[in-house]
Ligand binder design. Structure first.
Ligand code: NAD
Ligand code: ZN
Length: 375
């Protein structure tokens, strides 16, 4: 609330006159240290400990993170899976939901007390040819939460005010957290597949964090949904979320045939959110003629193989899809706010992050784990 805030003003000499420049606005009770999970080398120990509270730059807000989703990307970042270096030491996390407690002098779109979300895209240059087209995630200077910028696995995190998500007051912060990466990403991926209501979409990796939201966004967009994952528990889970058909990749003897039979010739689109190179390449085989394969999941060192003859004769398209821009963010949040998608979450303490990574690595998570930063 504004009444609970104070302004820090700095007096500075300017052309012989005295000028007051507001450095920042902040809530009164921001501690100097906080709890967070930090690692010093990729794959090294995850320390749950006291770390300094960061100070927002002129363009940033400081968010008191209440909850953060745990995305498989956080696991990739910790392991150092990708050909892009993380900052070190690093505080991971990029699905953070909380309350603005301080802001830099140039911030005009957030007030103290507003609800705000930390997304994967922390900031972009806003000047390059990709930013100009609204493809901000593709900016070569993109700053990434929980990767090149300390993220949401801490109680207080900074975020570029332009890219931070605006979350309506009164929203359940634990439930909205997974929308900030998983929700935005699958919503954008479904848009990228350019499907029409009534067409079939296959979600490969349907029982995971991204998949469980993809099933619901697809349903809300009027699509018929086939889910692929492993195990009977994931089958019951995704059917409950709206899958018409479930294919268990651990049981199917001929996955391509089973999927084509169930969809009368193959799905019109496939959203790949599994962390399996084999599953990604298979999707190029079972997709329907003229269909679209959307690549979202990012297994380490993966290559997508598509037989050229079938690729041409069926005239399929393979498209990459990378999180979403500010418009996608607001649209994805709107589906959530209107109750069209629900976050299938399990809330545990931030200190339990290592155990979550262990379960995630084994594919044992149904939906999304969300960490409460208070323990
Ligand atoms: P997750 O671990 O929650 O889910 C992955 C699911 O895939 C699990 O349910 C697992 O059982 C299933 N799976 C494993 N092998 C499979 C197979 N052969 N066939 C079908 N399903 C299989 O992970 P998540 O948090 O949903 O993230 C998924 C991937 O998406 C990660 O690689 C992550 O880095 C990536 N990601 C990409 C973007 C983007 O913008 N492109 C954004 C966020 C996450
Ligand atoms: Zn993510």
């Amino acid at each position: 609330m504004l009444s609970q805030t104070i302004s820090i003003a700095k007096q500075s000499a300017f052309k012989g006159k005295l000028a007051f420049r507001s450095l920042a606005t902040q809530a009164t009770s921001i501690p100097k240290t906080q709890k967070g999970v930090i690692f010093y080398e990729n794959g090294g120990e995850l320390h749950y400990k006291d770390i300094p509270v960061p100070t927002p730059k002129a363009n940033e807000i400081l968010i008191n993170v209440k909850y953060s989703g745990v995305c498989h990307t956080d696991l990739h970042a910790w392991k150092g899976d990708w050909p892009l270096a993380t900052k070190l030491p690093l505080v991971g996390g990029h699905e953070g939901a909380g309350i603005v407690v301080a802001k830099g002098e140039n911030v005009t779109n957030f007030e103290i007390g507003d609800y705000a979300g930390i997304k994967w895209l922390n900031g972009s240059c806003m000047g390059c040819e990709y930013c100009q087209q609204g493809a901000e995630p593709n900016c070569p200077k993109a700053d990434l939460s929980g990767y090149t910028h300390d993220g949401s696995f801490q109680q207080y995190a900074t975020a570029d005010a332009i890219q931070a998500a605006q979350i309506p007051k009164g929203t359940d912060l634990a439930n909205v957290a997974p929308i900030l990466c998983a929700g935005i990403t699958v919503y954008k991926a479904l848009k990228t597949a350019e499907l029409r209501p009534g067409q079939w979409v296959a979600i490969s990796g349907a029982g995971g964090g991204l998949g469980s939201l993809a099933v619901q966004y697809a349903k809300a967009m009027g699509l018929r949904v086939l889910g692929i994952d492993g195990g009977a528990d994931k089958g019951a889970f995704v059917k409950d979320l709206g899958c018409e058909v479930y294919i268990d990749y651990t049981k199917s003897k001929d996955l391509v045939k089973d999927i084509q039979d169930a969809t009368n010739g193959g799905p019109h689109g496939v959203i790949n959110v599994s962390v399996s190179p084999a599953a990604i390449s298979q999707s190029c085989q079972y997709v329907r003629t003229l269909g679209k394969v959307v690549l979202v999941g990012l297994p380490a060192h993966a290559v997508c193989e598509s037989p050229v003859f079938e690729h041409v004769i069926k005239s399929i398209q393979i498209r990459g899809s990378y999180v979403g821009n500010r418009e996608d963010t607001n649209e994805a949040l709107d589906f959530f706010t209107r109750g069209l998608v629900k976050s299938p979450i399990k809330v545990v303490g931030l200190s339990e992050l290592p155990e979550i990574y262990e379960k995630m690595e084994k594919g044992q998570i149904l939906g999304r784990y969300v960490v409460d930063t208070s323990y």
